[in-house]
Design a protein around this ligand. Sequence first.
Ligand code: ZN
Ligand code: ZN
Length: 134
Amino acid sequence: MTQPVPPEGALCGGHSDSVATSLCPRCGAFMCPRCENRVRPESVPMCPACWTLRASKVQSVPATGIAPATLGLIAGVVALIPLCPIIQVVALVLNIIVWVHNRRAPPPTGRWKPLLGMGLAVLGMGITALLRYR
Ligand SMILES: [Zn+2]
Ligand SMILES: [Zn+2]
C-alpha cells in the first residue's frame, strides 16, 4: 500500500503552524508528525479524527461479540448434563458459529469462550455416550 503525499507547502489540518507531512488514508486530511496515529510503527498513519473513530469501532466489537460467545459457553455447560444429546449438538454448532464469527474480530474478543464451549459440548457427548453404552 503506497501512502499518498500532501501537496508541497500544505498545512496540517489540526495545526495551522505545521507543514503537513502525510495524508490520512481514510479521509484525506493533512497531517503533521504530531497528528499521526499508528497501529504499528510501520503502518500507515491515521488522522486524530479517524483514530478516535477507529478506537470506538474496535471497542464496540467485543461488546457485540461477547453476548453470543457467553451464550455458547452457557450452552456448553448445559451440554455437560448427560442424556441431553440435542442440547449437546446445539451447543457444539452454536460454539462453532461463534468461533467462526469471532475469528475475524481482533483479540481479545473472547475467542477462548467458543473453544471452551466446544470442548464442554464434546465432553458432554462423551459422558452421554459412556453412560449409554456402558
Ligand atoms: Zn482521517
Ligand atoms: Zn498536526
